[in-house]
Structures are given as structure tokens and as C-alpha cells.
Design a binder for this molecule. Structure first.
Ligand code: TMP
Length: 201
């Protein structure tokens, strides 16, 4: 039996990283992330997140994200799934639609084509979208040094949130919408139950 490909999505401050770890541990899944899941991806992530790269154009940003993803799918995700291992990823192709598409304003149909090429049409089986509002983003970013993305303004994050909401509505069978406000331990169980219900894992 091939493994299942589960991606977590949501804006900064939604608690994704904690729940990626918890669900991956529970499922004994491969835990990974975009950008930066591979050695090459770590290098691309440094370019993408470095606040000194103020000149990076939205198109270059989209292509670097897609390059990270192309490597990630071929080096890690697809082989793990083929070997019967579940994969839990912190972000996926849908982050590009939300951030580069809705956020930066790049054409969504072009981004879908570019990214479909990058991932060899292997879209996640399930997207766990942790829904929080802009206030949660601001609370999170107030607590730490910000990277290049985190320096974006409220309008950018508002557009990204709107993007995730629209994407979730377009594919209700692929997306799970999880309210991000309950305490961590409670949320962990909510996610676990919902994933089992959807995928039978
Ligand atoms: P992270 O901090 O959640 O690991 O992600 C790094 C940043 O990259 C985050 O602000 C979201 C952004 N991002 C995109 O803009 N497009 C993408 O395709 C991905 C995967 C992440």
C-alpha cells in the first residue's frame, strides 16, 4: 500500500509546525517541509527567506519555490510514498498559490501549471488547513526576528488568508479546515480524529 501525502497549510502563527510534528509522530510518518526539506532546498530556503534579498522579484520567488518543491517531491516525498510510508509536510504547493498567487498577485492559472510541472502532478492527498486570523499572525511575528516573508504588511497576509480560504472551498474533499484557536493538546486530538476519518490512517 502506498503511503498518504498529508500537507499542513496556514499563515504564520497558526501552530502548523507543532502539529506537523505531533501528527507525523502519531502516524510514524516522514516529517518534512517546504521550502527546505532537502539539502538543495535548504540552500533555496536561505535565498528565499534572507531579508537582505529585497530585490527578489515575485516571478523569481515563485520559480525558486517551485524548484525547491521539484527537488523535494523527487528526492523525498514520492520515494517515501512508494515505499509505503506516510508523509507529513509543513507546507506544500498550495502555499505558492496562497502566497505567490493571492499574496503577490501572480496569475493563479500560470502558477498551477508551473507547480504541476514541478511536482509531477503529485498533489497532496489531504491538506490540513489551520485557520487563524491576522491577529494571530501579528502576535507570532511580534515575538521573533522576522525573515523576508514575515516582513510583509497586513494586506499581504490578509490576501494570503483569503487565498487559503478560497482554495479550501474549491476542493472540500482534499482540504480539512481546522479552527486554530483551541489549546495545543486539544487541537492535536481534533486533527488526529479528522485525519483518520478522511484517510483511514
Ligand atoms: P515557513 O516559515 O512556514 O517554513 O515558510 C517560510 C515562508 O515561505 C513563509 O512565510 C511562507 C512562504 N512560502 C511561500 O511564500 N510560498 C511557498 O510556496 C512556500 C512553501 C512558503
Amino acid at each position: 500500500m502506498p503511503g498518504r501525502y498529508i500537507a499542513f497549510e496556514g499563515v504564520e502563527g497558526c501552530g502548523k509546525s507543532t502539529h506537523v510534528k505531533r501528527l507525523a509522530t502519531h502516524l510514524d510518518a516522514l516529517i518534512t517541509r517546504e521550502p527546505g526539506g532537502t539539502v538543495v532546498g535548504t540552500m533555496l530556503r536561505e535565498i528565499l527567506t534572507n531579508p537582505a534579498n529585497t530585490q527578489l522579484s515575485p516571478h523569481a520567488e515563485a520559480l525558486l519555490m517551485a524548484a525547491d518543491r521539484a527537488q523535494h517531491l523527487r528526492e523525498l516525498v514520492v520515494p517515501a510514498l512508494a515505499a509505503g510510508r506516510h508523509v507529513v509536510s509543513d507546507r506544500s504547493v498550495y502555499s505558492s498559490l496562497a502566497y505567490q498567487g493571492y499574496g503577490r498577485g501572480l496569475d493563479l492559472a500560470e502558477l498551477r501549471r508551473l507547480n504541476d510541472f514541478a511536482i509531477g502532478s503529485r498533489w497532496p492527498d489531504l491538506v490540513v488547513y489551520i485557520r487563524v486570523d491576522l491577529a494571530a499572525v501579528r502576535r507570532r511575528l511580534a515575538k521573533r526576528d522576522t525573515d523576508r516573508f514575515e516582513r510583509a504588511d497586513d494586506d499581504f497576509f490578509t490576501r494570503a488568508i483569503h487565498g487559503f480560504e478560497e482554495l479550501a472551498q474549491q476542493e472540500p474533499n482534499r482540504w480539512l479546515i481546522i479552527d486554530g484557536t483551541p489549546p495545543k493538546d486539544e487541537l492535536e486530538l481534533i486533527i488526529r480524529r479528522a485525519v483518520t476519518e478522511r484517510l483511514g490512517v
